[in-house]
Each structure stands twice: as C-alpha cells, then as structure tokens.
Ligand binder design. Sequence first.
Ligand SMILES: C[S@@+](CC[C@H](N)C(=O)[O-])C[C@H]1O[C@@H](n2cnc3c(N)ncnc32)[C@H](O)[C@@H]1O
Ligand code: SF4
Length: 462
Amino acid sequence: MSLQSNIQWDIDLIKRHDKSGPRYTSYPTALQFKPDFTIEQYERARTDSHKQDEGLSLYVHIPFCAHVCYYCACNKVITKRRERSKPYLDALFREIELRAQGYDDQRYVDQLHFGGGTPTFLSHKEMSSLMDKLAAHFRLSKTEDRDFSIEIDPRELQADTLAHLKSIGFNRVSLGVQDVDPAVQKAVNRIQPLSMTAHTLDQARALDFKSINIDLIYGLPLQNRSGFRETLQHIIELSPDRISVFNYAHLPERFMPQRRIQTEDLPSPGTKLSMLQDSIQMLTAAGYVYIGMDHFAKPTDSLAKAQQAGKLHRNFQGYTTHPDCDLVALGVSSISQVGHSYLQNSADIEVYQAQLGQDILPITKGLTLTGEDELRQAIIKQLICHFTLDFAKIEKDFDIKVTAHFESELLALKKFEEDGLLSVSDQGIQVHDKGILLIRSICMVFDAYLNQTQTLRFSKII
Ligand SMILES: C[S@@+](CC[C@H](N)C(=O)[O-])C[C@H]1O[C@@H](n2cnc3c(N)ncnc32)[C@H](O)[C@@H]1O
Ligand code: SF4
C-alpha cells in the first residue's frame, strides 16, 4: 500500500457497494458476545495468554460528562454532581486490584488510553491517584515511545489540566471538536468556540504532546457542504497530527439524547457523501494520508509510518501501532481482549459499582474465539489495515488452503473485482484505489456472522 492515498471517488460504485456494516474494531463484533461467558473462561484466557515478553495495553473508561451532546453514541453518564466520581473510582480501584491478578508483573504497559465520557471530569487529584493506582498494579512503561493517550473535551479543562496530565505520564491527546460552525454546535448542544480548540491545541503542542488528534463528525444537524468545508479548512490550519472524520451514526432508538435532534435538520445522504468527498480531497491535498476507516494522519505520524511499514494494527481503540497484545479494559462498559477471548463489563454504572462492592468482576458477556474466528479475524484485520492479503501467509499461519476454505467468499468477491475495487490472484487479494473507501464492504464478505437482521443494527459505511 503506497503511503499517499490515491483514493478514487466513484459515486456509482459507492452507491452500489455501500451497505450497513460493522467497523471491525473487533472480529467477531460485540453483537456475538454471549451472556453465558464465565469468569472461569476469562481466567483460562488469561492463563493461556501468559506471555511474559509481550506488552500489555490498558483502557480505562471514565463515563461522566457535565453536559450532553445530542449526537453522542458513547457510554456516558451526564451529571453535574462531581462527587459521583467517588463511588465510581472506589469500584474502579477494586477492579484494578482484581484484574491485575494473574498477569505477569514483568509485562510492560506500553499502551494506555483513557476514554469516556470525559476523563477530565475527574479532578487533578483524582486523576493522579488513578494513575498511581494503575502504576501500583501494572508495570507502566516510562519510555519515550510509550503511547499514553487521553480523550480531551476542550470545554472541560482548567488552565493547568494539560500540564498536569503530561506530568503524570500522558504523552498523546485526542480533542473532540465535531464541527466549528456555531449554528451546528447549537443544534447538537456543544458550544465550543474555535478559539478554545486552537488554544487547547497550542497548549498541547507547547507541552510536547505527540500525535495530537482532532475528532470531526459529518452528518450532524444543520451541516451543509460549504459549512463543513469551512470546518475542514479551519482544522487544516490548526494542523493536528491526526484527524478523525466520523460518519454521524443516527440511531435514536438506541441513544436517547439523539431524539432531541430533528430529523429534518439532518443533511441528506447526497450531502453527506459530498462532505466525505470534500474531507478526503481537502485533507489529502493538505498532505494528510488516508489511513482507512475515517482516519487521516500526517505522513510523519507514527500511524502513517506503521502502515507504510506493514505494521499497522486494529483493536477497540481503532488503528494502532502496537502489535496484537492483551488489552485489559477497565471501567463500566469497557471491552477487553485477552488471549483468545473478548469480554465486556456491565454497561450499567449501578451494576458495575454494586458488583465490585462485593469483589465480583462485573463481566456481563464475552466470547471465546474458535479457530475459524481467528482465521477470519486475521484476514479482516489485514485487509482493513493494509488493503492487501497474502494467501501464503494465511495458509501457513492457519494450516488451510484458501481456495478450498473460502470458495464462496472468493466467489462473492467477483462483483468487487468486476467493478475494479480489487483483484484476486493465486497469491492473494489486492484492494485497488477504488476499493479503499469500501473496505468495510469487502471485509464483510469474510464475516461469518452477518445476516440481514444484524446489519440493520449497524450504520451505513459511508
Ligand atoms: C468519547 S468522545 C470524545 C471525548 C470527549 N467526551 C469529547 O466529546 O470531547 C469520542 C468521539 O466519538 C465520536 N462520536 C460520538 N458520538 C458519535 C456518533 N453518534 N456518530 C459518530 N461519531 C460519534 C465523536 O467524534 C467524539 O469526539
Ligand atoms: S461527545 Fe463527549 S462530551 Fe459529548 S456527551 Fe459524548 S462523551 Fe460526553
């Protein structure tokens, strides 16, 4: 895959191949997790994955937000009562103690991510004690190339918050922005002046945070093509290292705050496509590389370099430069990947706190992968990260014959091949420039669990 993305925009192809589908931050997707997953299964997975020489990745979910953004699909608790963090942190600390047991204490944590909600809902003191607690139970890396990131809502920062986060070990930040147009901001109940975003970014840069990311969303109420172009232009001028441009997932039956968005204010599918086209055109013209699946990065950023070197990976945090390693996720609703298993904590904060109050791990569902799941997972991951698949490697790693094992899938790829999205040879699959935007549709061919009812639960690809 060449570094510069030569994405080809072909509206007919997009319309023909764009279907509702998963984002494949995991395979199988979370819809396959089962409530009968037991603590014993988790412990077995942890024992099996006893890899002393491998790093460990930690995710910590802080669910609180002081204000609600109407579009939000994250697991969050809206509250102005700052004291709500106390019982939550008590539970989280207990979870850290329980979850740390059984992992080799020689394993370095070289990837740590705080997500939410709004992690900076916590006070500086609480944030420090949380980091101390993690350090007491896991071996946190201190090297330059560690990847300790945190999601930042620029509206929820005090003058010295970023300096404090830097001092306790964070070295990467991701800023939520979505759109800079005041009318759009009002429609989604998120007033965040551009000057505030610019100031936060300047501060982060002055403090030497690396890989500064900005999140945007297209498809929000009152957005239109020219307004979003202005947003993109402003963000390009701010020059963050990474930019995520998410497609607004409007699922009001699942996310209550979205019911406050008037359907008639949403841009049409045609306008959304134009906004995506503009995003790709403007960001690549400004020198960003399209990594895939909503993500852009400067060629000098580690994500772009990892992709170029064939070393990009994908997990619940999206694209990552860290090789597959166990992901221990802590906090309400968080999803872990340990050995051959996925497991998810309760998404209900009351249940989460009550169970940990009784020293019970609040795992509500999970899945132990079969050999077949792992084979398909490897294929989907390789395609989504590198747009190419080497049959010989898959055959060697999984002891199968691709043509025999995936006869129907290879047949299903024919329609993509006829449209010039990819080519299949005896050696493997190569996704072409035309197919890059439709990589999810291509991956879906290898998803053994998809059926009509399930795909309806996902948003459209583009
Ligand atoms: C947990 S939030 C970011 C951190 C912080 N709470 C903030 O808002 O600044 C993660 C990101 O998910 C994205 N997001 C949330 N709801 C979404 C939706 N319905 N569709 C697409 N993206 C969404 C937004 O871009 C948001 O910045
Ligand atoms: S977008 Fe961020 S701040 Fe807004 S409600 Fe969601 S998690 Fe909270």
